[in-house]
Design a protein around this ligand. Structure first.
Ligand SMILES: [Zn+2]
Length: 243
């Protein structure tokens, strides 16, 4: 059994076929899905074994700092906070505002003892610096795409590493090298659907069923059976999200 810990099932790409997408996931052994929030609050989806996070994405930091209550209101039905973080790649939102939104969500995670889901682009050291201010926080660095050094930093901070389509991309040998050396106890799997389709499905709308491709690739990298990878990463996710 696999757990897709980062899947935007509420995206417009799935608006007309969400049941088919969830059934297809099940057929491919993906029986649990977690939807992180993009806009402030809770994703508006109710399906069995589909879990939710309350929070907001760095791209929506402006709305977040005006609508903090929406995120607080979502806590009751959430298993995590986020996805929050920092995006210094193409995100037009001022750094200061992104940091304010992130820090609000970090405080909430500490206060509620809930895990936080972090998004990071061109902002690794800045994000680490903020996370270090919250010694009791835990969560996941989603869509991990760096080397062994950054992976060790994340693990030392008591965080989990979210692995997705990027481990399958041809050019990402440094990432695969990092995955090879790191302890499996800290990995969770994700598709980030509808984005980041794995190499075999590139150019297509990604979907949670494709988690199987990612798990297979990791089983080759780690020299473990697919069953071992499935069990361990699902166990990790259940532990992290207290399920
Ligand atoms: Zn995401």
């Amino acid at each position: 059994m696999l757990f897709d810990t980062h899947c935007h099932l509420d995206a417009k790409q799935f608006k007309n076929n969400i049941n088919e997408i969830v059934n297809n996931a099940k057929k491919n052994n993906v029986s649990k899905i977690l939807i992180p929030a993009i806009k402030p609050g809770l994703p508006n989806i109710k399906i069995k074994n589909v879990f939710l996070a309350t929070g907001s994405h760095p791209y929506h930091s402006n709305e977040t700092i005006k609508n903090k209550q929406k995120i607080i209101d979502g806590l009751e039905d959430a298993v995590a906070i986020g996805e929050t973080g920092l995006d210094f790649f193409k995100c037009p939102i001022e750094k200061k505002i992104q940091i304010e939104s992130l820090e609000f969500q970090c405080e909430l995670a500490v206060k509620t003892s809930m895990p936080i889901i972090l998004h990071e682009r061109n902002s690794f050291s800045e994000l680490i610096e903020i996370i270090r201010k919250y010694p009791d926080i835990t969560g996941v660095f989603h869509a991990f795409h760096h080397s062994e050094k950054e992976l060790k930093t994340i693990i030392d901070l008591n965080f989990y590493v979210g692995l997705g389509g990027m481990v399958t991309y041809k050019k990402n040998n440094i990432l695969r090298e990092a995955v090879k050396k790191a302890p499996l106890e800290r990995f969770v799997l994700e598709t980030d659907s509808p984005y980041l389709a794995p190499q075999t499905k590139r150019g297509q709308v990604n979907q949670p069923a494709n988690l199987l491709d990612i798990a297979k690739r990791i089983s080759l990298i780690k020299n473990k059976t697919l069953n071992e990878i499935s069990l361990l990463t699902t166990e990790n996710a259940n532990r992290l999200f207290k399920l």
